[in-house]
Design a protein around this ligand. Structure first.
Ligand SMILES: [Cu+2]
Length: 143
């Protein structure tokens, strides 16, 4: 290896190491989305909700090591009007459902009527990544 190449390789390693040491930042083109539901879907309760992710990984909550920088777990926000604080752990209640084991779908039971659904990815501490990975907010009708 020529000396110039060697220096370039070292510089590249330094850049990669810096990127990996940084907080959990998904690539700009990463997305999360509903696979089987769209805005205005009409369903009968209980119904399946499938969570999709592109450009980032899924791993259980509490994951340690490098993987926590490249993956998170899904949270399903049900009828949430205001998004939670992106610098705090996502609340855990019937409106903010955590999928701690890295699940990518669920069976949801909701009363008849219109409901909103939105996905928000969280890290090993249940905090959103930076920038956060949030899906489109969809409104569905349960008949
Ligand atoms: Cu969580």
């Amino acid at each position: 290896m020529r000396e110039g190449n060697f220096v370039s390789a070292l510089a590249l390693i330094a850049v990669l190491a810096a990127a990996m040491a940084e907080a959990h930042s998904p690539p700009k083109d990463a997305t999360i989305y509903f696979i089987n539901l769209t805005n205005d879907s009409v369903v009968s309760s209980p119904f399946r909700v499938e969570f999709g992710i592109n450009g980032f990984g899924i791993t259980p909550a509490g994951t340690t090591g490098k993987q926590r920088h490249t993956a998170g777990h899904h949270h399903l926000l049900v009828d949430v009007e205001r998004l939670p604080d992106m610098n705090e752990p996502i609340p855990r209640d019937s409106y903010h459902i955590h999928f701690d084991r890295g699940e990518t779908d669920t069976l949801l039971e909701l009363p008849t009527g219109r409901h909103t659904l939105q996905l928000l990815l969280g890290d090993e501490q249940h905090e959103p990544q930076d920038p956060p990975l949030i899906s489109e907010k969809i409104t569905i009708t349960v008949q």
